[in-house]
Each structure stands twice: as C-alpha cells, then as structure tokens.
Design a protein. Sequence first.
Lengths: 401, 269
Amino acid sequence: MRSDIVISVKNLTKTYRIFGHPGDRIKQALTFGKMRFHREFTALQDISFDIKKGETVGIVGRNGSGKSTLLQLLCGILKPTSGSVKVNGRISALLELGAGFNPEFTGRENVYFQGAVMGLTKEEMDSRFNDIAAFADLGDFIDQPVRIYSSGMFVRLAFAVAVHVDPDILIIDEVLAVGDAIFQQKCINLMSKLQSQGTSIIVVSHNPYHIERLCHQAAVLHRGKLSELKPAKEILAQYHEMVQEDMIPPPVKNASLREGSHELYFEQVLIENASTSGTNNILTTEPMRIIAEVFARRPMDNVRFRFELCSSSNDIVAVVATNGLSEDWQLNGKHRISFTINPCQLTSGWYYLNAIAGSKYVRLDTWQRVIDFKVLLRNKRAQDLSLDQGIFICQGHWEFS
Amino acid sequence: MSTMTLNPLRIYADIWHNRYLLGQLIKRDVLMRYRGAMFGVLWVFLSPLIMLTIFAFIFGHIFQARWPQQDAGVPFWLLLYSGLIAFNLFAETISRAPTSVRGHPSFVKKIIFPVNILPVVPLGAALVHAGFNFLILLAALSLTGHLHAGIMLFPLLVTPLLLLALGLSWFLAAWGVFLKDMTQIVPVFVQMLLFLSPVFYPVSAVPEVLRPIYHYNPLGAVIETTRATVAAQSIEWGAWGIAVGFCLLAAILGYAFFQHSRDEFADAL
C-alpha cells in the first residue's frame, strides 16, 4: 500500500446470510456448513477504490443501495465475504445517531466514555473537553442524562466527539441531516478545517450541497455496485438522473374520475414531447404539447376547455384554459385541440393532467387524471441540478448594473 | 480484524491494551445497577451484609449447624459465606455472560469497538462485588476473633476461578449472540451448580466414589481451598494446581472460540 493511501479497498464483496430462524445458524454450524439453512443476499459486489490522505470522498445512493454496509466494512465492523479493506490510520465513525451513548449517563460522562472507546485516556480527553462542549453548545445540559436530549442536541454532541479525537479518517453517515442549518454549517466548516489538516473524510449524504461543498471526489452506489470515483459534480448529475429514472408515479387514489353530460366529450388526451407523440416522458428544457381529441354529439359553440397540471401530491401546478378564445369555436363531430408549453419548465417528477370541457351552463366532460407523465431534467451541469427544486424552473433574465 | 489465537500472552495483551476502556465499562456496569436507588452504591456493601446477617442468624442460632469434620474455630456460617464468595464470583459472571455482547448491539454494529473485552465486564463487576464481600468476611472474622494472616492467600486462591469464569464468559457470550436461549439456560445451570458444588457441604461429606469429581473440578477445588484458608486449615495445593492448569486452558479456548466467531456477530445481531 502506498504511504499516501489511507484506505484501500480491493474487490470487496459482502454477502449476508439470511437465516429464517435463529436456530438455523446453529444447525448450520453444527453440520460444519454441509447443510445450508440460509438464503444469501449480496449487499456489495466487487468494489475497489483507494482514498488518499487528506482526500474527501462522498458516497451517494438510494436507500438500500449498500451505503451503510460499505461504511461498516470500512470501519472493520463487518467482515468482508471476499476481497479486502486495508486501513492505514485511526478511524472515527459516526454511523448512527447516539450509537455507543448510554442514555442514563450525562453528556460529560458519555464524552469521556467515547474518548475511551477511541483509545484516549482521561487526561487526553480533559484537554479536549472544552472544545467539545463549546462545539456541541449544550450549556448546562452537558451534565444532564443523555436520555433527555433532543435529537439535535444528540447529534451535536456525537459529532463534536467524533471530530475532536484527532482521527486520521472520519466517516460520517447521513447523521448531519438531523441538525439545523446553522449546525450543519458549523459541521461543514469544521470538516473543511480537518481536510486542511490532512484528515481523510468519507461522507454519505443525500444533500447534494454537502457533497458538492465538501468532497473532492464522489461515487454512486447502486444495487451494491460502486461507480468510479469522479469529481463530485459529475457524480451528482449521474445520481440525479438515476433517481429520476427510478421515480414511480403516485398511486391512483380513486381511479380516473369522470363526470359530465358528455354531449361533448374527450375521446383521447395525449402528451407530445419534442420528438414523440403519445409519450409520458417530458424534458424540462423541451416543449410539451397537450393534445385532446374531442367529439361533439351535436353542433355547439360557447364551449370552454381547460387543462389542469397537477403534481404527484395532488396540488394544481398550472392551469391552461381557452376562456375568451373558444366561445366562437363551432364544434360538431370530431375536433382536435392542443396547447403547447414551451419549454415545459416543470421540475423533475411525476405529474398528471385533468381535462375539463364545459359550456356556459353545463359541465360537459370532466376527466380527472386522464394521463400521468414524468418530467425529467437532463443536464450534466451540476449547477443546474441545484435548480431542480420547487415547482418549476424559472426562465427569465438577470440584469446587473 | 480478529485472528484466532491460542497464545495466553495475546489474551493478556488484548485486555491490557484496553484496560482504561475496560475500567470505564466496569465502572459503568456497577454504577448503572445502583443508579437511581436511594442508597445508591451503598448497596454494594449493604446486600452482602444483609445476607451474612441472615446466615449468622439462621445457621448460627436457629440450626446451630456444624460440619462433622469441623473441629473448632471459625463458625459454620462464616465457612458457608466464604464458600459463597467464591461461588458467587463465578456464578454472577457466567449468568451475565450470554448477554454481555448481545445486550450491546450498538457496540457491535454501529461503532468501532473492541468487542472482545465485553465478556470481561461481568467478571470485573463480579470482582467488585466479591471484593466487598471479602471485606465483610474480614470484618466478620476479626469480630469473631478468627482473623489470621493466612486469609491473605484468599485472593490468590481464587485466581483460577477468575480464569475459568473468563473463559466460560467468552464462550457463553459468543453463544449468546447466536442463540438467545442461552440467557435462559445459564441461570438454571448456575442454580443447579450451587447445590452440586461444595458450598453447603464439605467434599469430605460426599460419598467416596464421587469425591474425585469434586476434587478435580476447578470450581470444587477452589471452593475447598479458599474455605480451608479461611478456617486456617492446610491447603491441598495439588488439587489447586490442577485447577490452575484446567482454568488457564478454559480461558485460552474460550477466547479462541470468541475471536473465531466474532466476525459473525454483526451479521447475527
């Protein structure tokens, strides 16, 4: 192992043996593994990477992708099924909030105990205690039993101890999310300081901002396989795309609800993107066209059409209507109307459409949730990803003077 | 990562390396038991005192019991008590051993922790209690006028039992992780052992045929020798020596078994 490499992972695979009954493990041990009583589940598959001294690596991945298993293997808590993990230096890990803390003991006692777990003596902890207490900012609560702490206080104390024990390698698993924005900022500042002192850091986070801000490199973990280490921005774009791919439409609550007199009715409602008609995938940056084929059973005018775009949480995002426009349209038999939104501008996610047709006095056809469609943001530039929040991506122009 | 080892020096080194943490764990363990109680840590002292008082009352006044071979000197209830100190040390350790690792899943799964010292904690806590019991024994001996210098051998004579308890503790802790039933089995076993070991009777009262079993099992040998030293009788160093060898072997094998199986703890818990 080269001297500047602190963690070297080679062909790491972790397979869990899942026993249906606790006794099955014993039975298998008693038959020296000749009889199998378990199923296997491969959590990680053939992972290799190196982390250099002073380098910060972010790992992103969906729930269940194996992130926690990977961190546990790096810490030596789990044993690899095959492959190897070589660690050069002392690891301080924050894998789960409050793990190793005894709720009955005070914050102060727990700080010293954590120090002991990390191999620090009382004297060594004495010299660090004030820094820890100051960072955790618990006031008098430091001498109260930990069980009365709020989760925010808990994470502050746990993080304070983990970073103040002079680790060579700091491993943080998604615990910062518990703290408020100010605390997260404090953590990031402190981690930046550790970076400059040569500490290697491994962060798992769902917050793209943290990854981008802290990590030199990142990797996506997907179904137990780790991508190459690449600059954080590239990985975040890749991850974002992956999440979008896997998004599932919201469940249909009461099927598609339809009512009205149906003297005029929608035969079909479709969505068209720049290239395909009848799709339900739209890119944020491309035009989106809503096409409705309607049929009028008798000659009529004074009809208004209306499309409601709804988010997966059933909020109306936008409404387009023909009010003041379609009153003099003469309808009889089959017609085709369309509306083009250019560009689509919606943030990524699932949406659905309600189509409504009505005359001045009667409801002709109200078709709720006539079609589901998915909006995707395809853009490799990470700065654009940070805009993929809220309801729509605003177009406009800046001025500077 | 852990490696299987049969080297007794390795065991010593592993424990010594984590001595500060181990001390903290034992302190926590003892304090936890009394935290919140009105008399607090005073109970460490109170409970054996109450037990001894009851012994003195029942066996000293009500039953007026004597063992056949008992010539003079130390009252019967103190002999019982001294045998119980050794037995309780052993019993307390192994009763709690099956949960010593199982009871701390977060130490195994969520933090980097020298799991191999966890089964030492029940022994440490039992030693603290045994220490207080011993002080009370000393006090009672001096009050009854039977205190003598030979009693200072007591701690030395108990050492093989510590090794045995430690070895079994490692073994039971590992089994306890995989099999929850251990927490039920061990206390029953311990209860049986209380009557099977020569605590309430001397080995000489056992039928001739069975006597070797009592002589050569370390628990019996240690109880006999510690009691002999309290009664200022001659000690059978031979039986004790065999016990030392046996107990050392138990500790080594127990540790090896623990280290061998600990890789699976995180998966099993």
